[in-house]
Every structure is written in structure tokens, then in C-alpha cells.
Design a protein around this ligand. Structure first.
Ligand code: SAH
Length: 456
């Protein structure tokens, strides 16, 4: 097989990352934007020793799991790689991917993930939208998303993942930049001013924040931008307009310094009856209604009686910690970002929660120190980033010997690896429940329960 060759393939499964997988002469071929059951004519784009990659030339026989018309840009924009799949199929595929990871990477032979919890709202669910700014084909300033696997801008006037408010503010910013002849940032040359528009919505309170990141220190006629943004009619109350100075040539979403152009430097949200204060830099789950379900699922798995001591590693702004506080004797959150810890303490105070404390530091350095100081939690929540937990953190958790570990994961591969490590340290993997936090994309969140073997 050679790149450029055309072949016909039937898609049998969907791999981590979202590509459909079929076989040609026994070799796995990965094809984006296909469904299980599609028969497709493809062109091979890359051939390696063990597998090949292709792109669809035409769908010969469409799978019954296909759907059309979710978004006119779905084949050009890299945002929604499951847009072509019916929602029930997306859920089934996610369950399959988690099960495969647990069996193949974790070695949990025969173990099956439970059915994926559907999102209450499978579109327009994102409370955070980040639009890179650039130029359209006519050389005018535009905002949108990047094409798959590239940093080429696909201009958008709306996105079905986010609220319409975000698209309306994007249009206002784009008009302002065009009218004021303000340059847009070019990653190649590190020149140009306007980089990205970042919109955050608080569904619980209907408050909104708009952040413009710039490669510089000031924006001429910023008051006109404020005026333009504030005159847009939406279902949200625009509480905060921020200019973020981001002059470094990296891919981070935000630079370190913010200047408030209008309103406050943070917005408030409510989640599960608690109030949270969210600043531009804090991590906050992007799908509010499903986050509540995810946290409640985690709490159900922990089955707290009110007597327990709880440790929440990778706690962010303390959301899970504070959800658990009402059901436990005492909770401690650990998080590496200092600002998030400040927010977490503030959130505890705002909600009059007195049995929660927070420690700033890495899970892998703090957890061993907690052992030294005699901490012995009954339940540990772990919610690490995509790369999973460090071995030192897992070893320290196992050493503390909690009865239950509830592991929340946004990456089935590292969940499988870490669960296998804990299984070798005296824990049994009991349940894994995928929860669809990111409909129409291949991202998968899951919640796992591990129980200490001697306590069964
Ligand atoms: N549980 C929170 C946050 C989960 S995201 C929530 O649901 O909102 C993962 C968090 O881990 C982020 O806040 C990130 O800053 C933090 N983090 C990343 N590496 C870490 C480490 N080594 N130790 C502790 N926290 C870490």
C-alpha cells in the first residue's frame, strides 16, 4: 500500500482520538469522519509499518449511525470530530473506547465500562469558547476555529457547541478590529496585536465574561470595544470585559496580566446549589449541567455517610471538594495552581463551608507529606489532567489506604494505566462510568470507583 492509492474500506470501530478504523489486507487503517458501518472509498495519506491513514473520497454505503446537517463547517473545522455521528452512537462509541482502554492498556480482561451518561443538552453546551482571530480568504479580520490538525483559521459566524451569545460577541469584536484597523496576531512572525477572544458564561447566574488577548500592552479606543460589546443583546449579563496581555510566543490560552476594561475581574456561577467565583485563569468545567451529574456520580460512588475524612487531589477551584464537604466530616483539596487555591478558599468562605481546607502544591509532593503528618483519608478523589496522575501521587494514595478511590478522568488511556497501578497496590476496579461532557467531539470523561480489597 502506498500514499495516494485509493481503496475501499469498511469501518469497524472508532479509535481514541475519534478516527474510524477499518482493515485492508489485515492492516488497520485510520480514517477521520467515519462511522462504524460506513463503507468508504478512501485515499491513503500515510502508510507506516503497522498501520495506515486515509481520508474519505466518498462514502459508498453510509452507516445507519450517520447523521447529516449538524454543522455546515463540520468537515473543515477541527472542533467537532463526531458531528457526523448520531448522538446515541457517540455514547456507544465512547463506552467502547473506555472499555478497550481498560482491557488493552489496563489489562482488566473482561471488564466493561457502563453505558455512557448522556449529556442533558448535547449541543450549545459549552460555557467557554475560545476563538482564535486571524484573516479570512479576502484578507479581512475574522474569528473562528482551526482546521483539523492545523492552525489555519476557519472563519465562523456561529458554533453549535456554544451559546449564541458567544458568536454575537465574536462578531462585535471582529467588527471593532476591522473598523479600527487593528492587526491580528501571526504565530509565524509573532507580530500583530489581537490574538484570541475568550468567552466564559455562568449558566447558573447568567453572568458572562469576555476576554480579548493581545500581543502587546494596550489597545487603542478600547472604550469603543466596551461600548460595542455592551450593546449586544443576549440572554446573559456581560459583567466583565478583560484585556489580557499575552506577549509570549507560546500556545497558552492566556498571558499573565489582565486589565479590567469594564465591570469585575471575575464572574459568579452556581453549581449544585453552591456558588463559585470564576476568574479568567481558573480551570472550570465547560459543560455545566453535565458537570453537576458528573460530580453527583462521583459522590454516589463514594457513598459518603457524613463521618469520613476526604482528600480531593487536583481540586482546581475546589468544586468536588465543596460538593463533598456537606457529606463528609472533613475535606482537604490539593491543587498546583496558586490562584485556583485562592479561589477555592474564597469559594468555601462564600458558601459558609467550614470543614474544607486547601493546600497548594503538586499532588505528588503534597500526598507523601500528608502521610508524614498522619493523614488517613477514608475516601480519595483524584481528578488529574490528561496525562494522568504521577506514580508518586498514586503510591502515596495507596499508602494512605483509603477504603475508596474515586478517579475522575478526561483520558481513558491514563485512567486505564493509573487504575492498573492502583490494582497492583491493593485496589479492585469496581465500576467505570463514562459521562459525556463533550458531545460531538471524541473527548471522553469517566468516573471510576476503586475499592480497597481488604475492606470488601
Ligand atoms: N477537580 C477540578 C479540577 C480538575 S482539572 C474540577 O473538577 O474542576 C485538573 C486540575 O489539576 C487543574 O486544576 C490543574 O491545575 C491541576 N493540576 C495539574 N497538575 C497537577 C499536579 N501535579 N498536582 C496537583 N494539581 C495539578
Amino acid at each position: 500500500m502506498l500514499p495516494g492509492e485509493k481503496k475501499t474500506v469498511t469501518i469497524e470501530s472508532v479509535a481514541v482520538g475519534g478516527d474510524g478504523v477499518g482493515r485492508i489486507d489485515g492492516m488497520a487503517v485510520f480514517v477521520p469522519q467515519t462511522c462504524r458501518g460506513d463503507m468508504a472509498e478512501i485515499e491513503l495519506t500515510r502508510v507506516k509499518s503497522g498501520c495506515a491513514y486515509g481520508r474519505v473520497v466518498q462514502i459508498v454505503t453510509p452507516s445507519p449511525h450517520r447523521r447529516e446537517g449538524f454543522c455546515p463547517q463540520s468537515t473543515t473545522c477541527g472542533g467537532c470530530n463526531f458531528a457526523h455521528m448520531q448522538y446515541a452512537e457517540q455514547l456507544a462509541v465512547k463506552r467502547q473506547i473506555v472499555t478497550d482502554a481498560l482491557q488493552r492498556i489496563g489489562g482488566f480482561t473482561g471488564f466493561e465500562a457502563e453505558p455512557t451518561l448522556a449529556a442533558p443538552r448535547p449541543e450549545r453546551y459549552r460555557n467557554k469558547m475560545v476563538f482564535p482571530l486571524g484573516k479570512d480568504a479576502k484578507g479581512r479580520i475574522a474569528g473562528g476555529f482551526y482546521a483539523p490538525g492545523s492552525h489555519r483559521l476557519v472563519p465562523l459566524t456561529d458554533c453549535r457547541q456554544g451559546d449564541r451569545a458567544a458568536a454575537l460577541w465574536l462578531a462585535a469584536v471582529v467588527d471593532f478590529l476591522n473598523e479600527q484597523h487593528i492587526s491580528v496576531y501571526d504565530e509565524g512572525t509573532h507580530r500583530g496585536l489581537a490574538r484570541r477572544l475568550f468567552v466564559r458564561l455562568a449558566e447558573g447566574t447568567r453572568e458572562a465574561m469576555v476576554v480579548l488577548t493581545i500581543n502587546g500592552k494596550s489597545l487603542k479606543n478600547a472604550h469603543l470595544l466596551v461600548q460595542a460589546l455592551r450593546s449586544v443583546q443576549t440572554d446573559y449579563q456581560l459583567k466583565s470585559i478583560i484585556l489580557n496581555m499575552h506577549t509570549e510566543a507560546n500556545n497558552l490560552l492566556l498571558g499573565k496580566t489582565n486589565r479590567v476594561l469594564f465591570g469585575t475581574d471575575r464572574i459568579e456561577d452556581t453549581l449544585g446549589g453552591l456558588r463559585f467565583s470564576v476568574s479568567p485563569h481558573s480551570f472550570y468545567q465547560i459543560n455545566a449541567p453535565q458537570t453537576e451529574r458528573l460530580y453527583n456520580t462521583a459522590l454516589d460512588l463514594a457513598a459518603l455517610s457524613g463521618q469520613e475524612s476526604v482528600l480531593d487531589l487536583y481540586c482546581g477551584i475546589g468544586t468536588i471538594t465543596l460538593f463533598a464537604a456537606a457529606h463528609a466530616a472533613q475535606v482537604t483539596g490539593v491543587e498546583i495552581v496558586p490562584q485556583a487555591i485562592c479561589d477555592a478558599r474564597e469559594n468555601a468562605k462564600q458558601n459558609q463551608i467550614q470543614n474544607a481546607s486547601f493546600i497548594c502544591g503538586s499532588a505528588e509532593s503534597i500526598a507523601p507529606q500528608l502521610i508524614e503528618s498522619g493523614t488517613a483519608p477514608d475516601v480519595v478523589f483524584l481528578d488529574p489532567p490528561r496525562k494522568g496522575a504521577e506514580k508518586a501521587a498514586l503510591d502515596a494514595v495507596a499508602h494512605m489506604a483509603p477504603q475508596k478511590i474515586v478517579y475522575i478522568s478526561c483520558n481513558p488511556a491514563t485512567l486505564a494505566r493509573d487504575a492498573a497501578h492502583l490494582a497492583r497496590s491493593g485496589y479492585r476496579l469496581c465500576r467505570v462510568i463514562p459521562a459525556d461532557m463533550f458531545p460531538n467531539t471524541s473527548h471522553i470523561e469517566s468516573c471510576a470507583l476503586l475499592q480497597r480489597i481488604e475492606h470488601e
